[in-house]
Design a protein around this ligand. Sequence first.
Ligand code: AMP
Ligand code: ZN
Length: 113
Amino acid sequence: MECLFCKIINGEIPSKKVYEDETVYAFYDINPMAPVHVLIVPKQHIASVNDVTAENSAVISHIYEVAAQLAKELGIAESGYRVVTNCGKDAGQTVFHLHFHLLGGQPLKLEMC
Ligand code: AMP
Ligand code: ZN
């Protein structure tokens, strides 16, 4: 499959891994927008939030558990952070494999749109 994040998950393309388990992979964003910028992705290929269903949504709650754990490990749990997922053109999604940006380590801009 010609999917960048599938290739990262299966090791075809290198990444700086932060966390991995049976269903989730997390790695540092190549173009960090904040001192801490990690991408948390389901190992299963789900293109975007548009493709989340009752059958595949369990991994989403697990991703939030991983986000909370990584925020503690990376030292941003107390200072605060943002978990963001972009869906589609207007949100600026560039990689069509569902991913959650974990951003922190500095005060983040408050604009939502
Ligand atoms: P989005 O714009 O929400 O689709 O986010 C895609 C993210 O993937 C961007 O923040 C990119 O910097 C990041 N990215 C693209 N290629 C790589 C890569 N090879 N390794 C790590 N992060 C990447
Ligand atoms: Zn994929």
